[in-house]
Design a protein around this ligand. Structure first.
Ligand code: BTN
Length: 263
């Protein structure tokens, strides 16, 4: 199938202040993150979504796969980034936005949590991944693209082999979901978090994230790609670094993968 070049415009009924609700919609594209990185002249708050990605990007150059029309796959372009705000806060902001929205689904309330660095889980299984990419100039992010993939209606048979620690909202809630109503809720929730950041800074977002995280104060292993460190997860620093109390002292991480060590 030929990859669509031009998006259509989807007008969402939700009211937002920062995110644009005239969403650029692709039935198929390689990656919504790639599209916004290549089209960063679009306005602040532009949202791009796709029903299917042929080369969806995950963290650490992994691929992010989903069958057509089963997930919410979208990216947001942010350009007006106050200089006092560290870009590291945005993945937490996005995770908290998704978390707040999923907690409103009555079957899921108590099962939703976040996991460092930027996953959202339902009953311990990954339901959402977030990938922040950006153009850096003079050491600062000028343009940020925040890509969000939420597993909505995939069935159990999709989560085999290396995806067995992932799930979809519909598996966990026991019913199918209307993707677009969920999308409205997600954009509204993300917009609220962006407004919170604008008005009150990063601290309240870090606080919500920490409350939503099940592995705080627990023994975890952090794999930063080179080495694995064990220690107690002491929470996030004001600059967004994750703090791990190890036998050798406090270590800080900005990227990596976490495993909770079960006693
Ligand atoms: C992760 O590895 O957990 C991050 C996955 C992020 C996937 C989303 S889907 C929409 C957006 N476009 C991409 O190519 N990736 C992100």
């Amino acid at each position: 199938m030929a990859v669509e070049i031009r998006p259509t415009i989807l007008k969402l009924p939700v009211k937002t202040k920062i995110l644009r609700t005239s969403v650029l919609h692709f039935r198929e594209i390689d990656s919504t993150n790639r599209y916004l990185l290549d089209n960063a002249d679009k306005p602040h708050g532009t949202v791009v979504m796709a029903d299917y990605q042929t080369a969806g990007r995950g963290r650490f150059n992994r691929v992010w796969q989903s069958p057509p029309e089963a997930a919410l796959l979208f990216s947001v372009l942010l350009k007006e980034i106050p200089s006092v705000v560290r870009p590291t806060v945005f993945p937490y902001l996005a995770a908290v936005g998704v978390y707040n929205c999923l907690r409103q689904v009555k079957e899921l309330v108590s099962g939703v949590s976040v996991k460092w660095p930027n996953d959202v889980l339902i009953y311990g299984k990954k339901v959402c991944g977030i990938l922040m990419q950006g153009n850096i100039m003079a050491g600062c992010y000028q343009k940020l693209v925040i890509g969000i993939g939420v597993n909505v209606n995939q069935e159990e048979s999709f989560f085999t082999k290396d995806l067995n620690s992932a799930t979809s909202i519909s598996i966990e809630a026991g019913r199918r979901f209307d993707r677009m109503s969920l999308f409205n809720g997600l954009l509204s929730s993300l917009d609220e978090m962006l407004i919170m950041l604008q008005e009150r800074g990063a601290k309240p977002i870090i606080t919500i994230w920490q409350k939503a995280c099940d592995s705080m104060e627990r023994e975890i292993a952090v794999d930063n790609g080179n080495e694995i460190y064990r220690g107690i997860f002491e929470g996030l620093a004001d600059d967004g670094a994750m703090q791990l109390k190890t036998k050798a002292g406090l270590k800080r991480f900005y990227a990596g993968d976490v495993t909770v060590i079960k006693e």
